[in-house]
Design a protein around this ligand. Structure first.
Ligand SMILES: [Zn+2]
Length: 587
C-alpha cells in the first residue's frame, strides 16, 4: 500500500537513533560520559595551548633582552623555544588535517607560515650556535615577534567579532541553544561521527529556521488521505477557483427567545450532559443560558467586575449571530462551552493549573464565541472561492480570525461592553488571551500543537505551560463530540456530515472541486468517523489522559464509539440495515 507524506520537515534525516545505538540506557550513559570527558579534554587542551603560547612570548622577550650575554646558557633557552615551537607545529598540523583546505584563509596561512619560518630560523641557530652571522641573529630576533603579532591580531579580531554580536540588545534561548549545539560539533569524537554530526547540524537548522513544530503525517489509505486533507485545509486541485461567494449568501439567524431554565442543567459538570435537552428546555436559548449560568457559578461577574446586564445583551447577540447551520450553530458553541467547563471543573484543570477567574472567564467566553457567524463552509472553500473573509485575512485562519474579530466588534458597542469597568491594561489582557484561544481552534494547527503537547507533557510546568494548555483544551473541547456517550456523539456526527455534504453540493453547483469529506456520493459515514477518531481523537486524548488521568473517561467513550462504528461498518458490509437499531439501543 502506498504511503503519502503530509506536512513539512527540515529534511529526511532520521531523527532517532537506532535501537542498538542510543536507545539502550547503557549506551546513553556511555555517550554522555564520552561527551563529558571530551569536553573536559578539550578545555584542558585549550588551557595547555594558552600556557605554551604565553611561555613562548615570555621566552622571546627574555631572549631578545639577554641573548648576547647568555653564553652557554643559550642552549637551555633554545630547548624551551624548540619545545614550544614543536607543540605549536603539532597543533597546527592537527588543525589543518581536521579542516583540510578550508583552513587556509589569509590569516591562517600567515599564522602557519610564521610558525614554519620560526622553526627554520631556530634550526639554523641551533645547528650553528657559534657561527651564525650578525644578519641571521638580527633576523631571528625580529622574526620572533611575527608569531607574537599574528597571535595578538587574531585575538583582537575574535574579540571584535564578539563585541559586534554583543551589541544586540537581546539574547534569545534559541541563540544559546544553537551555541551549545555548535560547540558540541567541534568536539573530536562528534566530528568523526557523521551520524551524530548530521543530527546536530539538523538540530541547528530546525532552531534557526523556527521549524521546531513542523510535522509530517504519513497516510496509509484513501480515507486517511481525505481526513488529513480536510484537517490541514488542503485545497482540492481545481481548474477554476475564481467564483466569488457574496456575503449576502450567508443567511442570518434572526430572533432571540429569552427563557429561564435550570432543571436541564443537572449534569452540567459532567461529560454525559445533554446539550440538546437544554436547547429544548430553553427554547433554543442554550448558549446564552449556559454561559450566564457558568459565569455566575464561578462568581466571575463579581470577581472580574463584569457588567451582568451588558454581558446578557452581548451573549444574546452572539447567540443570535450563529447561523442555522446543521453543525456550526449556537448549540455547538454551547456544547463546546460546557465541555470546557467539564475539563476545568470535573477533570481538575482548575486545581492543576491554579486557574483564576480571569483564566476561567477567558476559556468560557472563547468557547462561546469560537464559531460566531460560521457560514457552514470551511476555510478551504472560502479561500477557493475568494470569499471576502479570505481576502480580509490573507487566507490565514480565515474563519477563526473572523469569529473573534466579529465578536469583539459587538463588545465595541457600549450597550454590550461588559468589560467597561476594567482598566485598559486588563481589557488588553482579556482581548489578547481570548484571541489566542479562539485562533487555537484552527484545525490545520492540530498536528503541530499535538506534537508540541507530546513534547512538553513529560515535564509540564503548570505556570509556564498554562497558556499553551488552555489553547489545547479549547481545541479538545471543540472536537469533544466523539468523547461523549454514543447517542450524543452519533447525533453530532450525523449533523457534521450533513454540513459537509451541503458544502459539497454547493461546490458542485458552483463548478468547484469537491472538498475532502464533502462528497455525499463517495464518503462513507462509519469509515470516515472511524478514521477521524483513530487519527485525531485517540492520539490527542491518550496524551491528555497520560497527563490528566480524568481524561480517561473521554478516551474510553471515544474507544467505545469507535467499536460501535466498526460494528456498524461490518454490518453495513454484510448488507444489513441496522442503523436505526443502533440509535435505539444506545445508552
Ligand atoms: Zn467549533
Amino acid at each position: 500500500m502506498s504511503k503519502r507524506r503530509y506536512g513539512v520537515q527540515e529534511d529526511n534525516i532520521i531523527t532517532e537513533y537506532s535501537d542498538n545505538n542510543f536507545t539502550k540506557k547503557d549506551s546513553i550513559r556511555r555517550f554522555s560520559l564520552q561527551l563529558e570527558s571530551s569536553i573536559n579534554k578539550k578545555e584542558s587542551n585549550k588551557n595547555i595551548m594558552q600556557a605554551i603560547i604565553n611561555a613562548y612570548i615570555i621566552h622571546i622577550l627574555f631572549h631578545i633582552e639577554f641573548r648576547s650575554n647568555l653564553g652557554l646558557a643559550f642552549i637551555y633557552f633554545a630547548i624551551i623555544e624548540g619545545i614550544c615551537l614543536i607543540i605549536m607545529f603539532i597543533n597546527l598540523i592537527k588543525i589543518i588535517s581536521k579542516h583540510k583546505h578550508e583552513y587556509f584563509n589569509i590569516r591562517n596561512t600567515i599564522d602557519s607560515l610564521a610558525i614554519l619560518i620560526g622553526i627554520t630560523i631556530f634550526i639554523i641557530e641551533f645547528i650553528l650556535p657559534y657561527t651564525y652571522t650578525y644578519t641571521i641573529f638580527k633576523l631571528g630576533s625580529i622574526y620572533r615577534f611575527i608569531p607574537l603579532l599574528v597571535f595578538k591580531f587574531k585575538n583582537k579580531t575574535i574579540k571584535q567579532g564578539q563585541r559586534r554580536f554583543s551589541l544586540l540588545p537581546f539574547r534569545t534561548n534559541s541563540e544559546r541553544l544553537v551555541n551549545i549545539l555548535r560547540s558540541l560539533r567541534t568536539l573530536d569524537f562528534i566530528t568523526n561521527d557523521t551520524t551524530i554530526d548530521s543530527q546536530l547540524e539538523w538540530g541547528i537548522r530546525v532552531i534557526c529556521n523556527q521549524t521546531l513544530y513542523s510535522f509530517e503525517v504519513i497516510s496509509e489509505n484513501k480515507e486517511q488521505d481525505e481526513l488529513i486533507n480536510w484537517a490541514l485545509s488542503i485545497r482540492p486541485s481545481a481548474n477554476h477557483i475564481s467564483q466569488r461567494i457574496s456575503e449576502n449568501s450567508i443567511v442570518n439567524l434572526e430572533g432571540e427567545i429569552p427563557i429561564e431554565i435550570r432543571q436541564s442543567l443537572k449534569y452540567v459538570d459532567k461529560l454525559r450532559f445533554d446539550i440538546f435537552e437544554l436547547k429544548k428546555a430553553s427554547e433554543n436559548n442554550e448558549l446564552a443560558t449556559i454561559c450566564s449560568f457558568l459565569l455566575s457559578k464561578y462568581d466571575i461577574f463579581k470577581a472580574e467586575g463584569f457588567n451582568k446586564d451588558k454581558f446578557t445583551s452581548f451573549i444574546r447577540i452572539i447567540q443570535a449571530g450563529y447561523y442555522q447551520n446543521p453543525y456550526h450553530n449556537s448549540t455547538h458553541a454551547a456544547d463546546v462551552t460546557q465541555a470546557y467547563h467539564v475539563y476545568i471543573e470535573d477533570f481538575n484543570i482548575k486545581n492543576l493549573f491554579n486557574l483564576n477567574t480571569f483564566d476561567i472567564s477567558c476559556c468560557l467566553i472563547s468557547s462561546s464565541i469560537h464559531d460566531f457567524q460560521h457560514p457552514g463552509l470551511n476555510n478551504a472553500f472560502l479561500m477557493n472561492s475568494s470569499h471576502d473573509l479570505a481576502i480580509l485575512y490573507n487566507d490565514l485562519s480565515v474563519l477563526e480570525n473572523h469569529h473573534v474579530a466579529a465578536s469583539f466588534s459587538i463588545i465595541k458597542d457600549k450597550n454590550n461592553n461588559f468589560f467597561e469597568n476594567l482598566s485598559c491594561d486588563l481589557y488588553r489582557k482579556y482581548r489578547s488571551k481570548i484571541i489566542s484561544i479562539v485562533l487555537a481552534t484552527d484545525f490545520s494547527k492540530h498536528f503541530k500543537e499535538i506534537s508540541k503537547l507530546k513534547l512538553i507533557c513529560k515535564e509540564l510546568n503548570t505556570e509556564n505551560d498554562k497558556e499553551f494548555m488552555l489553547k489545547i483544551l479549547m481545541h479538545a473541547a471543540d472536537v469533544s463530540n466523539s468523547t461523549r456517550k454514543w447517542k450524543l456523539y452519533y447525533d453530532w456526527a450525523q449533523l457534521v456530515l450533513e454540513e459537509f455534504f451541503s458544502q459539497g453540493d454547493r461546490e458542485k453547483d458552483l463548478g468547484l472541486s469537491i472538498s475532502p469529506l464533502c462528497d455525499r456520493n463517495t464518503v462513507n459515514f462509519a469509515k470516515s468517523q472511524i478514521g477521524f477518531i483513530d487519527l485525531f481523537i485517540i492520539p490527542m486524548f491518550s496524551i491528555l489522559k497520560d497527563v490528566f488521568p480524568k481524561f480517561g473517561k473521554a478516551l474510553k467513550n471515544a474507544q467505545i464509539n469507535k467499536d460501535k462504528l466498526s460494528k456498524m461498518n461490518e454490518e453495513e458490509n454484510e448488507g444489513k440495515s441496522v442503523q436505526d437499531d443502533l440509535v435505539v439501543s444506545s445508552d
